[in-house]
Design a protein around this ligand. Sequence first.
Ligand SMILES: [Zn+2]
Length: 186
Amino acid sequence: MTTSVYDPTTYTMFVRDISEIKDGITSILVLTKDSDLHQEVTKKMQKNDVDDSLYLVDIEDQESKLISSLQSIEQIKKDLKTDCLIFLNKKAGSLEYISHRPKPESKYDWLDVAKAFKEHYGMSEADDSGYWRWGQIVPEDGEYLCLDCGYIEDLSAGEIFPVCEVCLAGDPEGPLSVRDGFWEKI
Ligand SMILES: [Zn+2]
């Protein structure tokens, strides 16, 4: 079997050590090798352009040094027992936590979610209607209203705009696409 971008039989996209990860904003999809999620992601990687800052980590790989590095990050420790999509900034040889999403499911396009996050993280303006997207950085402290359900959340400058915990806007399972703006400053 040969593919130009990804060959699961040669373990190509799985990383086991920090040194294999490029500097900058990166996403790591932690999953179990040969699971439904892995097979789904593999199919998509074979079909699409691979985002070269997305890496896979096999949670059951006993020899992975990267898993211990990830487990030492306070914010993701409790979610790392199972599949997880993690956004990090690699600099000076270490991994800085940005955000993460627990329990990705194979029915969602997690490659697209990872790509959307990176786009949003670099956007410093609300969209044309004044709404902020999941993954953007909150510009100022205050109350933000969810366009979809009217839920109000208190957010602090510098944190990441979350998924709406009530209607799940910003989540693949929610009412809006991961690329839609839905938080408005009130
Ligand atoms: Zn909502």
